[in-house]
Design a binder for this molecule. Structure first.
Ligand SMILES: [Zn+2]
Length: 275
């Protein structure tokens, strides 16, 4: 099988790859608390595993993941590391500029820190695409299998969230050594007790706000009853995990296919041509 992991390739391998493909996957996650039952690297581990599995199926080059993300909400729990959004944008920009110089033109940012990392990722992707000559797509593991999760889930509404049923199930599949199910606690979110949900697209979650009212890290910690969990990981199991993981990989393969067929925007006008 052809090697697709950049850290295991040599530069001539990249040269040869660029003769027939110009796509690269860059995953970004988080090192943040995931309750007392999942390791802090959960988000990056999931994004990286999905990225590498999709790379093996498509032959697309995948770079080592960016381990850290924007995790301000979780700073009330020991051990979490949070990058400023501007730092994330700078890292992603430098990543893409480096690979553009090599000849890559189509990029896929894969987020593992469900929803939270998206704003800086979207801004970086849009700015990099607007510069011309390349395209930067953004995908999120939470949405790659969003429709399928509706039927694969076992928990009642409110069970899927931070360190909840789905994230924990996927970890049971890919990294069972980083899950301590005996410590899992049920801490369902908005469905159980109407709670502020900024722009949830599900009208079933009545009581959600239509505006953003940020909470401090300490308020978030208290809202989880000191568990760090927003969801119900007691429903987690490896069978659900393998099913969801498979859907995530299928979803990413589809995105990579679309990316391959998407025309590149015109290349930027070089300064030399501007007179
Ligand atoms: Zn997570």
């Amino acid at each position: 099988m052809t090697e697709t992991r950049a850290e295991r390739m040599r530069w001539p391998d990249i040269t040869a790859y660029l003769e027939h493909d110009d796509r690269a996957i860059i995953a970004i996650g988080a090192v943040e608390q995931h309750g007392s039952h999942c390791a802090m690297g959960t988000d990056t581990m999931i994004a990286d595993a999905v990225a590498r599995a999709a790379a093996e199926r498509t032959g697309v080059v995948v770079y080592p993941p960016i381990w850290f993300g924007w995790s301000d909400m979780h700073m009330g729990f020991e051990g979490t590391v949070s990058l400023r959004p501007s730092t994330m944008q700078a890292i992603l920009t430098d990543f893409v500029e480096s690979l553009t110089r090599a000849g890559f033109r189509r990029f896929l940012f894969l987020n593992g820190n469900r929803r939270v990392n998206l704003p800086p990722m979207q801004i970086a992707a849009t700015e990099l695409t607007n510069a011309g000559g390349r395209i930067v797509a953004v995908a999120d593991v939470a949405y790659l299998a969003y429709d399928q999760v509706a039927t694969l889930r076992r928990s009642p509404p409110g069970g899927i969230g931070h360190a909840g049923e789905i994230e924990t199930s996927v970890m049971c599949h890919i990294h069972p050594d980083c899950v301590w199910l005996e410590n899992a606690v049920s801490a369902p979110t908005h469905a159980a007790t109407p709670q502020r949900v900024f722009m949830s697209s599900d009208p079933a979650f009545d009581g959600g706000d239509r505006f953003l009212l940020p909470r401090t890290a300490e308020q978030f910690r208290a809202s989880t009853k000191e568990t760090g969990v927003s969801g119900d990981p007691t429903f987690a199991n490896a069978e659900t995990g393998v099913a969801v993981f498979t859907e995530m990989v299928d979803g990413l393969v589809k995105v990579l296919d679309i990316l391959r067929e998407t025309p590149l925007p015109p290349a930027p006008v070089s300064r030399a041509n501007q007179g």
